[in-house]
Each structure stands twice: as C-alpha cells, then as structure tokens.
Design a protein around this ligand. Structure first.
Ligand code: AMP
Length: 115
C-alpha cells in the first residue's frame, strides 16, 4: 500500500491543522506557509490525487467543494474585496502534495499572470 499523503494524515487526525471548516465530504484549514494574508486549503476527504484523476462520479462532491469555497470566502471576509482559488495539477502545475486541494488566497491584491 502506498504511503499516506500529508493531507490524508491531517484528515485522519494524525497530524494537527488549523481547521476552519469540516463536513462529511471535505476539510478546510490554514496553509502552513501562507502566500497571502488569508491562505486556506480546501480538500476532499476522498483520496483523489489531482484534477487529472477525478472520476465522473466525483461531480457532485466537486460541486459541493465550490459551494464550501464560496461560503468560506464570505466567512473569511474576502467576498467583497475578491480572492483567488488555485488548483495546481502535476509537476508543471507546481503540485507538491498529491491529494487534490483548492487554495483560497486573499487579503491583498494578487498579481497576474502567476509565475
Ligand atoms: P501545492 O503546491 O498546490 O501542492 O500546495 C501544497 C500546499 O500545502 C502548500 O501551500 C503548503 O504550504 C501546504 N502544506 C503542506 N503541508 C501542510 C500542513 N501540514 N498543513 C497545512 N498546509 C500544508
């Protein structure tokens, strides 16, 4: 069996996180190395490596994650000023943790294009 990712270990309660939200399908917590004044990660509890390995049957869960992201952005006070949602995929996308995750970044003006 392959080794658990750091995010799976967080889901399983083996390592701590600064949790901001949890339900039966997902978990949201502050990024350990924030790239903006607010930097929260939203992850599915289901072990999905990346966008690339999403299954068609994941559609409802992914829709749910977007609504959680919308709600969190409001609760975190980002909705009015704006924010960015980033999903890195694979090596060229800069994905370091092979468990699907959404970065919510806000609290400052973000530049474009990304590096
Ligand atoms: P990515 O490069 O898209 O795979 O992003 C992985 C993110 O996970 C990075 O922003 C890391 O700072 C963050 N990260 C890694 N380990 C932890 C952890 N234990 N708790 C919170 N965030 C983490």
């Amino acid at each position: 069996m392959s080794e658990k990712t750091i995010f799976k270990r967080i889901i399983d309660g083996e390592i701590p996180c600064q949790k901001v939200y949890e339900d039966d399908r997902c978990l949201a917590f502050h990024d350990i190395s924030p790239q903006a004044p607010t930097h929260v990660l939203v992850i599915p509890k289901k072990e999905i490596e990346s966008v690339e390995t999403l299954d068609d049957t994941d559609a409802a869960m992914i829709g749910h994650l977007w609504l959680v992201i919308r709600n969190l952005a409001r609760e975190l006070g980002l909705a009015e000023s704006g924010y960015r949602v980033v999903v890195n995929c694979g090596a060229d996308g800069g994905q370091a943790v092979p468990h699907l995750h959404y970065h919510i970044l806000g609290g400052r003006s973000l530049s474009w294009p990304p590096g």
